[in-house]
Ligand binder design. Sequence first.
Ligand code: SF4
Length: 82
Amino acid sequence: MSCFFHFCWYNLINQVFIMPKKPVIDRESCIGCTLCTQIAPNTFKMMDDGKADVIAPFGDGEEQIQQAIDSCPVASIKWIEE
Ligand code: SF4
């Protein structure tokens, strides 16, 4: 589900109660393939230097972020504990 209502409440609940971890990108190793930004566009964004960065650690649901992590061809994204 991707409606605005779902986005707000799902991510608020995730942030406060469910996700004690957040995604981070090792920008040194990012090759700018854009996959993560396609899979979790509310969490990752391509920057002017051609590499991705995290714009909102809880922008998408955990499963979607995990899918982006699993899809990164150079394993630049990982979870860190809050
Ligand atoms: S999937 Fe990995 S290599 Fe591709 S843009 Fe995202 S962080 Fe960079």
